[in-house]
Design a protein around this ligand. Structure first.
Ligand SMILES: *Cc1c(COP(=O)(O)O)cnc(C)c1O
Length: 360
């Protein structure tokens, strides 16, 4: 097999090798069924057993109570941008959004189709390089929406935003879900497209408090009502069976690492390798404020576009792929999701050190 290289892609992104190997083995026959995982009916015993196990492992991983439904939907996190307001925002109501990046803005824009949107905080004034420390909420928001990790800008909420008492917190956690411990009971809903930290693209994990789900509109098309998916155990229509299966393997892999505490410690150690180097480098610097830095997406620049480009192209030749930053920030971005090994961060830092010596 071709050697696997250091893949810093922002998404779809690196997945654990042992999980890929197990999926490969079950591609031809799931266990001893003689039928591959992708070939099983979603109504059959074998797949239903998989689905139940995936849900059980998800609950175990994040200590999720029966007050919440766990749904496996399609259409990516981007479909949640409109499904959330479509279900939970009346035309006369206001939803509060914390604008910390492009994905947060996209979510807020979709909400304007259904009701009023209030920007409770924004870090747009400095190109989203920080997480706002304060927010001004509207009178009685239908919900408060935030993006826990800003994939493009390399910032992450250190903890949940402070919100008005009794308000419903909804989170797009697409790029940092299960990267560290998380108290699900603080949330009305958490959603995440799988392709950054959980598995292949094509499945979206939704963790939704049942009482909130119950308040959702009932006059929407079935596919767009959360309750229909919950009532049918995510099998109202054919779910993304392979993605669900794969996500389950990733849950088991995280549990095997020691759960969210252990993965959180590992992610902190990994990110520190990069940030400590960036803080002492005289060529590279991190773009995010120190108190807002992401454990998952490390964004950095040299300050000179031609040097950035030279670095990206030489890094690619040396086996460091996916380092080009998003065009709205420029420079570089090293995405180091759960599956990315610490050794890869150390190798990158060594390469950056060499580059700095030669070009500084
Ligand atoms: C990638 C990403 C999205 C978009 O996900 P899709 O599955 O492509 O719709 C949304 N929010 C965040 C925070 C992301 O990182």
């Amino acid at each position: 097999m071709t050697k696997r290289i250091n893949n810093f892609s922002a998404g779809p992104a690196i997945l654990p090798v042992e999980v890929l190997e197990e999926a490969r083995d079950n591609m031809l026959s799931l266990g001893d069924t003689g039928i591959g995982i992708m070939e099983h009916s979603h109504r059959g015993k074998a797949f239903i057993a998989v689905l139940e196990q995936v849900e059980a492992d998800c609950r175990k991983l994040a200590n999720i109570s029966d007050d919440y439904s766990i749904l496996f939907l399609q259409g990516g996190a981007s479909s949640q941008f409109f499904m959330v307001p479509m279900n939970f925002l009346e035309p006369t109501q206001t939803a509060d959004y914390l604008l910390t990046g492009s994905w947060a803005q996209k979510a807020a824009e979709q909400a304007t189709r259904y009701g009023k949107v209030h920007t409770a905080a924004s870090s747009k004034d400095r190109n989203f390089a920080y997480i706002p420390k304060t927010a001004t909420y509207s009178e009685k928001p239908a919900y408060v929406h935030f993006t826990s990790n800003n994939t493009i800008f390399g910032t992450q909420w250190a903890k949940e935003p402070e919100t008005p008492k009794g308000s419903t917190l909804i989170c797009d956690a697409s790029s940092d879900i299960f990267c560290r411990p998380l108290d699900v009971s603080k949330y009305g809903m958490i959603y995440a497209g799988a392709q950054k930290n959980l598995g292949p693209s094509g499945v979206t994990l939704v963790i939704l408090r049942k009482d909130l789900m119950g308040r959702g509109k009932t006059d929407l098309p079935e596919m767009l009502q959360y309750r229909i998916h919950a009532d049918n155990e995510s099998c109202y229509n054919t779910p993304p069976t392979f993605g669900i299966y794969f996500m389950g393997l990733v849950f088991k892999w995280i549990l095997k690492q020691g759960g969210l505490e252990a993965v959180g410690a590992a992610n902190t150690a990994k990110a520190n390798v990069l940030y400590q180097y960036l803080d002492k480098s005289s060529m590279f610097r991190a773009t995010a404020d120190a108190d807002s830095r992401s454990l998952m997406n490390v964004t950095f620049v040299t300050g000179k576009e031609d040097v950035d480009n030279k670095f990206i192209s030489e890094a690619k030749k040396a086996g460091f792929d996916g380092l080009k930053g998003h065009r709205s920030v420029g420079g570089m971005r090293a995405s180091i999701y759960n599956a990315f090994p610490k050794s890869g961060c150390e190798e990158l830092v060594a390469f950056m050190g060499d580059f700095e010596k030669k070009n500084g």
